[in-house]
Design a binder for this molecule. Structure first.
Ligand code: GLC
Length: 759
């Protein structure tokens, strides 16, 4: 059904009806397209909330419609190189997702089509390049088509009946133009026009969807294609689309190329300029080339050769690719997330930044600077915000958001080996500004001032785990996990203080205080408890009927170094015993049902689903890191390997797992669900960033330290000849690990460009 291609960095899929759409994201940072193996998907300019270009019908049937389609009319045959949406299928077909592009190769009745979709760096447009070849001389007619929507999807759902009569779509010198301009829209001055152009002559067009498709029909069988003639409709009010009719005269064995551009520009004049540029000779190949160069140079920062080829494929290609897409799109829009309300989450993005740091310090810092704009002078942060849409942020206070910022800063300092970033000045959300160093001190201050009765940080509107929002409704519940997150960053603050020539003792004192609490109050006998409710009940304890053990307080007891040595081991042994399954580690056990009470349960999730006993992949990454920190390489590797998407997909079975085998999913239904093994919410998940760190900095053990690069692998015994290339502070390190038990530390030397080390 699929295979990976190492050199081309592609996955090729040869079955169009995968169990769920298998997506790719094409993007130049401004113009974005999510596209499936069957050509379905959605394009948007900057924000899927306010500048969405076309319809995509989330969770409705038929699934994965609409998209970026090209109908080929060859005599009586009508088919699509994307396979969908026509009933008539190509005789041969495959789709390949690559780094920032997707290609379809199809053949029917002697006509071969290669359709490549990409968003290049030169224009804000989805480039849709079609190469035709025929066994014999033939005239075919080609109809590229996209169904447009209103740019604000939520408004469209609510009030399209009138608002859609404020849209227009028309022909400007054989370029189709769509203008969205409705009353009270956000940012009207920044709203672009959308255009549809071709480098081939067009013999017809349609802008009115209903004219093109016909009544009681669908994308499967548009009337205009069936009748082989567009109606040249424009649209001033109604449901818009872009469709062209293009005649292609094929000569036996000779390739013919037609390219379509679905783009955005701010004025009609800019449209004409942009299309002129797109139509220039060599534009498509130039765009493809620069895309490839950009991705090659991004991924070059870390490459490895491993005995485990599946791990190698993920670490070298798909994991960093997914991580970059999360960094851009946060948790906004995917096949699962409709892109209607979620902005940039401070917690989520702060974690994405951690894995961007080794690749691109500037991008990481810029994003972190953006997060600092959401911090208040008292140290806490807004929960999520809308820098593009300009809406009011969601201001709920969670116990973890502001602490992640410390972790980002610390990792930036270690990667860079300089303190300069600490001195840069950043604003506060509620006015004034201060240095980064002061900002993160305030993060600590906030938690220090918001401790509960027992001395742990207050849970507030939840910690990392959204499900725990009920634990602090009366303002008293406490989070043991946040205590461990706090401990982790307190040590970072202590180190930074030393580097800044300041006294670290206060941070160390609080650390010890929290550590003491963790080992006494939080210890349950065989594992660490999870949190304390408003009325003083411990969640995550043997004394409870349900949700007795939670994963995160076991892994973070190790990560923070706060658990006593034997307790750390015992806690992680309990993870293995109670939480591990053959398809990954569950987040809690046993799953809850009417807990703590039927009237007011902690969760409404069905057993084994989502936050209630699924294999929550994000949390698995911390268990891998913890096992590495304990030096238990076999367990660490087992946990890592079993969750590799292609491994877990093949173990669960493709029909059960359903999601993509090349990117991580957020969660996999657990054994208490009758759909154990079903993967959900793929692509946009914190798993991407943390799994990358777990693999590269803990399993392979190549970790930046202030003085240089530490190499402390925790790989299975018997792994030989592991090769790693890692760019660090301008030097390319060639690392060969011959013996899995060995360690090395390479001091950084300013100006060094290449360095080889064998351990
Ligand atoms: C989801 C949310 C994330 C949260 C996690 C655990 O992944 O996006 O913010 O931390 O669930 O609840």
């Amino acid at each position: 059904m699929y295979h990976f291609h190492k050199e081309r960095k592609e996955i090729t899929i040869d079955k169009y009806n995968t169990p769920t759409p298998w997506m790719n994201y094409l993007s130049n940072g401004t113009f974005h397209t999510m596209i499936s193996q069957a050509g379905g998907g959605v394009a948007f300019y900057r924000s899927p909330q306010i500048w969405r270009i076309n319809h995509y019908r989330f969770f409705h049937l038929p699934m994965d419609r609409s998209g970026f389609y090209t109908y080929i009319r060859d005599g009586k045959d009508i088919w699509c190189p994307t396979n969908e949406p026509c009933r008539m299928k190509p005789e041969q077909w495959k789709a390949s997702h690559g780094m920032g592009y997707t290609r379809y190769e199809a053949k029917r009745n002697g006509v071969e089509v290669k359709a490549t979709y990409l968003v290049g760096s030169y224009e804000d447009a989805l480039i849709w390049n079609l190469k035709f070849k025929s066994d014999e001389d033939k005239k075919i007619t080609v109809y590229p088509y996209v169904e447009l929507g209103m740019m604000e999807f939520m408004r469209e759902l609510q009030w399209q009946c009138y608002n859609k009569h404020q849209l227009s779509a028309y022909n400007l010198e054989d370029i189709l133009v769509y203008r969205y301009g409705v009353e009270d829209q956000p940012k009207p001055k920044e709203t672009p026009y959308v255009y549809f152009a071709s480098d081939a002559a067009i013999s017809g067009f349609d802008c009115d969807r209903d004219e093109f498709i016909g009544s009681y029909r669908s994308e499967e069988n548009p009337i205009r294609v069936e009748e082989n003639a567009c109606s040249n409709s424009t649209l001033f009010g109604g449901d818009p689309c872009f469709a062209f009719q293009i005649e292609v005269d094929l000569k036996a064995g000779k390739e013919k190329e037609v390219t379509i551009f679905l783009g955005t520009a701010m004025t009609e004049k800019e449209i004409l300029d942009s299309v002129r540029n797109c139509r220039q000779e060599g534009f498509v190949s130039k765009s493809l080339r620069s895309l490839k160069e950009d991705w090659d140079s991004f991924l070059e920062n870390f490459q490895c050769e491993l005995p485990d080829k599946e791990a190698e494929t993920m670490i070298n290609i798909w994991n960093p690719y997914q991580m970059e897409r999360n960094f851009q799109f946060s948790r906004n829009i995917s096949y699962y997330a409709t892109g209607t309300f979620r902005g940039v989450g401070v917690r989520d993005t702060a974690q994405d930044i951690l894995a961007m740091i080794p690749f691109d310090l500037e991008r990481a810092k810029n994003k972190l600077n953006l997060l600092f704009t959401q911090q208040y002078q008292d140290g806490h942060c807004n929960h999520y915000f809308f820098p593009t849409e300009g809406w009011e942020p969601v201001k709920r206070i969670h116990s973890d958001n502001h602490l992640w910022l410390v972790m980002d800063v610390y990792n930036i300092i270690l990667e860079e080996g300089k303190l300069d970033y600490l001195f840069t000045s950043q604003p506060y959300y509620d006015g004034g500004r201060d240095t980064v160093w002061e900002h993160i001190k305030r993060s600590i201050e906030f938690t220090k001032k918001n401790l509960g009765e027992r001395g742990f940080p207050l849970m507030l509107s939840s910690d990392w785990n959204d499900m725990l929002y009920k634990v602090c409704r009366k303002g008293k519940g406490e989070s043991i996990w946040t205590s461990m997150q706090y401990g982790t960053v307190l040590k970072m603050m202590a180190h930074l203080s030393q580097l800044m020539g300041e006294e670290p003792s206060e941070y160390l004192r609080i650390y010890e205080e929290q550590k003491e609490l963790v080992n006494s109050v939080a210890w349950d006998g065989q594992w660490f408890r999870r949190c304390i409710t408003d009325d003083g009940t411990f969640i995550g304890s043997k004394d409870q009927e349900q949700a007795k053990i939670w994963l995160n307080t076991q892994s973070w007891a190790v990560i923070s170094g706060m658990g006593d040595q034997e307790k750390q081991l015992q806690a992680m042994d309990s993870v293995k015993k109670h939480l591990n399954t053959e398809l990954g580690i569950k987040k809690i056990h046993p799953a809850m049902k009417d807990y703590p009470s039927k009237e007011d349960p902690l969760t409404y999730y069905n057993k084994g689903c989502g936050e209630n006993g699924s294999v929550f992949c994000h949390a698995n990454t911390w268990a891998i890191i913890a096992e590495c920190m304990l030096g238990r390489s076999d367990l660490a590797y087992q946990y890592y390997h079993q969750l590799l998407p292609m491994v877990v997909q093949s173990k669960a079975g493709e029909a059960r797992y359903k999601a993509e085998p090349y990117v991580y999913a957020s969660n996999i239904f657990g054994p208490e669900s009758d759909k154990f093994g079903l993967a959900n919410v793929s692509w946009l998940t914190g798993t991407a960033a943390w799994m990358y760190l777990a693999a590269t900095q803990y399993l392979l053990g190549v970790k930046p330290k202030w003085e240089g690069l530490e190499i402390a692998p925790c790989i299975p015994e018997g792994w030989e000849n592991v090769h790693i290339e890692r760019v660090f502070r301008g030097c390319k390190y060639h690392i060969t690990i011959k013996n899995s038990g060995s360690k090395a530390f390479i001091e950084h030397v300013e100006g060094r460009k290449e360095f080889s080390v064998e351990i």
